[in-house]
Design a protein around this ligand. Structure first.
Ligand code: SUG
Length: 448
């Protein structure tokens, strides 16, 4: 049976703004307080989805969340009508209002970890929503993420959903941003590669000195257990703490894998050679021929990687067996990175083509092409069981661009977040969106 990697891209929400909320994420911090353009952000994301669909890839869409998150503000003690809750938060605790307005759920690589049915003990596709416990503004995403994923992948015969891990730092889990799967074919058993930043309980593992390591080994191990993965189909590796301290807050800022290939920076991991040997051996047992494509620091520095998001690219398999790399415009703007990419595609290796996308609105918050998508490998039967409302088509693209044009503002600054009208605009837009995507009631304002 034919199998596919389906990319579900996060639709940017109407409150997209630069809140400076992510310590350790260089772009988020350096663009703090700038005004944003939510309409442009959403249209840039939709343009990428449309382009991939037109290239023949399976493409889906993942809905944004209700923001401002009034229910989250109520949990922090703000009371009264919804408008009063926002007004009081703006007056007494602006950082909390800003956090409750973040459109950060757009980076759906952090929504969940997904294991395809060929890898799991019960033969179903498993999802574990990420607790995103390291940052308050992201830690409030997972309940709605779980409802949205449940509405997209509802058929329990094929799909199993796990609640986010316990919401404590020891189980910090950032989802698929620290998870990659290698396989010979999407439908065959593969090797799931979990990358962690630190261990919560084992002091033998080093930790970064400056910025937080968001993902723990214990969280990755718990996800592997929940999904019923076998030991010979899993490899754990530690991210180099020194790159975390240089702004690599997720592994997908310094490495990307697909099929049998891992494209990574020389400084990305600790004990790289041991890790490569294990990946090669485990993939070989599953019929795969592992290929490591290492980018040397002499050609691209970690700083270049963080600025350009070279590794936050989408590595896609083409029909002829070669691969295509989807990179952000910032890669073209960096001379060394662009030169490296020219050499890579002309060398006759696996990666033959690079396509560039303008995702500046998201990039300014540290989210590139790979952050914006959640990969779900599905066989034909499973794909047919997905809620058809979320699969991208030309008519859906048209409907969604019209919906964005109708509901989104083209400028948003911190002061605008206190406008109670913004909440009404968002709820009106999202109510309509749940009908467009046929999701049913998934938002707190629709349920309570
Ligand atoms: O968690 N930025 C996100 C970016 C996530 C990128 N995802 C992956 N690498 N997979 C984060 O740091 C910034 C929000 C703000 O500052 O307004 C933010 O949340």
């Amino acid at each position: 049976m034919k199998s596919y990697e389906v990319n579900f891209d996060g639709l940017v929400g109407p409150t997209h703004n630069y809140g400076g909320l992510s310590y350790g994420n260089v772009a988020s911090q350096s663009n703090s307080q700038q005004s944003s353009n939510p309409k442009e952000a959403a249209l840039q994301g939709l343009a990428k989805m449309k382009a991939l669909m037109e290239m023949g890839f399976q493409q889906g869409v993942l809905a944004p969340q209700e923001r401002p998150d009034v229910a989250a503000l109520r949990r922090l003690g703000f009371a009264g009508s919804d408008a009063q809750v926002i007004e009081r938060a703006a007056k007494d605790a602006m950082p909390l209002l800003v956090a409750s307005c973040s459109a950060s759920s757009m980076w759906v690589a952090n929504a969940a970890t997904v294991s395809p049915s060929a890898d799991t003990s019960d033969g179903r596709v498993h999802f574990t929503a990420a607790n995103l416990n390291c940052k308050y503004h992201r830690s409030i995403e997972h309940p709605t993420t779980s409802r949205v994923l449940g509405a997209m992948f509802a058929d329990q015969k094929h799909f199993a959903h796990h609640a986010a891990l316990p919401a404590v730092a020891q189980f910090g889990d950032e989802g698929a941003a620290n998870h990659t799967r290698f396989c010979h074919d999407y439908g065959q058993a593969g090797v799931e590669f979990f990358v962690f930043g630190r261990s919560a309980f084992d002091t033998r593992y080093p930790a970064p000195q400056k910025y937080p390591a968001r993902q723990t080994l214990e969280a990755s191990q718990a996800v592997a257990r929940l999904h019923g993965l076998s030991d010979d189909g899993v490899v754990y590796a530690q991210q180099n703490p020194s790159v975390i301290d240089q702004g690599v807050f997720h592994n997908d800022v310094i490495a990307v894998g697909n099929g049998e290939a891992l494209f990574y920076h020389e400084d990305a991991f600790l004990e790289t050679d041991k890790m490569l040997v294990e990946l090669q051996a485990k993939l070989a047992k599953r019929g795969g021929n592992f290929q490591a494509i290492c980018v040397p620091r002499s050609q691209v520095t970690v700083e270049d990687a963080v600025r350009s998001y070279l590794f936050n690219s989408q590595l896609l398999s083409r029909a002829d067996g070669s691969m295509l790399l989807i990179v952000p415009e910032e890669c073209r703007g960096n001379e060394r990175v662009w030169q490296y990419l020219q050499g890579l595609t002309s060398s006759g290796g696996l990666i033959r083509e690079v396509k560039v996308f303008d995702l500046k609105q998201s990039m300014q918050n540290g989210g590139g092409p790979a952050c914006l998508r959640l990969r779900v490998a599905l066989n034909q039967t499973e794909l047919a069981a997905v809620n058809p409302g979320v699969i991208m088509t030309a008519p859906l693209y048209d409907t969604l661009t019209q919906w964005v044009d109708k509901h989104y503002r083209d400028r948003l600054s911190e002061n605008d977040l206190a406008d109670p009208q913004l909440l009404l605009e968002c709820r009106t837009a999202l109510d309509e969106l749940t009908q467009i995507l046929k999701l049913g009631a998934v938002y707190p304002f629709q349920i309570n």
